[in-house]
Ligand binder design. Structure first.
Ligand code: EPS
Length: 391
């Protein structure tokens, strides 16, 4: 069973991921991880923090000579900004420096208020440090290993931005395999040039107005075998596990597989993907769908068609023109704390979603083709594909 956990505070020593249950024998090099860490940092709309950080993985356990060992893998992404916060984030001594100032004006929409009450804190910094999306650097590191594992089985995935604020991109006709190339050319990771330019304008205007803006990203996965996941139990359904992983990403408020919410106004005849036979054997078996409205799953199992997942992110809750709140010390009306932040982090979300989907799919791969080594998984995979292709 593949499991992962992360640890770390936004301005603490670093972000850490521990990945347990990963098979032995996967060849991995620093660039396989660092590439994605760098991609996550990009995107128009980010704030000053990304000029300080240059995220790189420090492999602390579980990899030797460029191969995974089969034991727990521990990775660190050290925070360069920590040097400016050593006093404020000191694990042993109460802070006395300029950053010791308590955060007592919780931001609407952030974890600040509920967290402070629930964890019996009078300083929201004790909450916001861990609630910060800086944590996603650890997820992206974990996801990088998982996507490398999936690549061994011919599975690949790419995410892109399809909406920022009111600007919606036209990308339905873009083939999945072209998404990476096209989105990499865009400052906002959008494959539609015109929409991308409008998205940049929206973010620029938003920053000028001291506001923040959210959006929607889409990820497509191709090369999946049919039959990952199961209809038999709620917690082993593929869609369910994907949705849970998506909703665990900071600021995510919605998830859709296939045409999801958009399809709710259609009748069944215009919704379901009609089935044909295609004799040329492929990873997904010889049955194909004429359309892909269901986004690659039926009965919460992969069909072999491209998996399509959309995720909606709310605007960042730190506003440079702060919203009304209550000072938790004086209990008087106040304005929310002003923290350095991003205007828009939707382009980064595309990379975080990809990584999170890769982790879930790797979990399902290990569950279905499981073994102690990648070679063993491949033998199991090949035998399964050979069997399904006979049908
Ligand atoms: C974040 C606030 C900003 C973001 C941060 C998430 O950080 P800071 O408060 O240091 O300016 O840049 O994201 C990252 C550091 C990152 O690497 O993604 C927040 O409040 O969630």
């Amino acid at each position: 069973m593949l499991r992962y956990l992360t640890a770390g505070e936004s301005h603490g020593r670093g972000c850490f991921a521990i990945l347990d249950g990963f098979p032995a024998g996967l060849h991995i090099q620093p660039d396989d991880i660092n590439f994605w860490l760098a991609e996550r940092q990009k995107g128009y709309g980010r704030g000053g923090r990304q000029r300080i950080e240059k995220d790189e993985v420090d492999m602390l356990a579980g990899v030797r000579g460029g191969y995974t060992l089969g034991g727990p893998i521990l990775m660190a992404v050290w925070n360069r900004d920590f040097k400016n916060w050593t006093d404020a984030m000191d694990p042993w001594k109460p802070s006395t420096g300029p950053r010791a100032v308590k955060v007592v004006q919780p931001r609407p929409g952030h974890a600040d208020l509920v967290g402070a009450i629930k964890y019996e804190q009078d300083d929201c910094r004790n909450i916001l440090e861990r609630a910060s999306a800086r944590e996603t650097s650890a997820r992206v590191a974990a996801g990088a290993l998982c996507r490398k594992l999936l690549a061994e089985f011919g599975v690949d995935l790419a995410g892109h931005v399809i909406q920022i604020g009111p600007v919606i991109a036209k990308t339905d006709k873009v083939p999945s395999q072209d998404i990476r190339k096209l989105s990499m050319k865009s400052q906002v990771r959008c494959c539609d040039k015109e929409a991308g330019a409008n998205m940049v304008a929206v973010i620029k205007d938003c920053k000028r107005k001291k506001d923040s803006v959210g959006g929607v990203v889409e990820t497509r996965v191709w090369g999946l075998p049919l039959g990952l996941g199961t209809f038999t139990q709620w917690d082993r359904k593929l869609d369910a596990r994907i949705a849970q992983a998506m909703m665990s990403i900071q600021a995510v408020k919605g998830v859709e597989v296939g045409i999801g919410f958009r399809g709710a106004n259609r009748f069944g005849s215009k919704y379901h993907d009609e089935i044909i036979r295609e004799e040329k054997a492929r990873v997904g078996g010889k049955y194909r769908r004429l359309t892909n409205n269901l986004g690659g799953t039926e009965g919460s199992m992969s069909t072999g068609e491209d998996m399509i997942v959309r995720v909606a992110k709310k605007p960042i809750s730190t506003l440079m023109k702060p919203l009304r709140t209550v000072n938790i010390e004086t209990l008087e009306p106040a304005l929310a704390v002003l923290e350095r932040s991003d205007t828009c982090a939707v382009p980064a979300l595309a990379i975080i979603v990809e990584a999170s989907i890769a982790i879930v799919l790797a979990e399902f791969f290990i569950e279905k083709f499981g073994g102690d080594t990648v070679a063993e998984m491949k033998r199991n995979f090949d035998s399964y594909v050979a069997e399904t292709n006979k049908r």
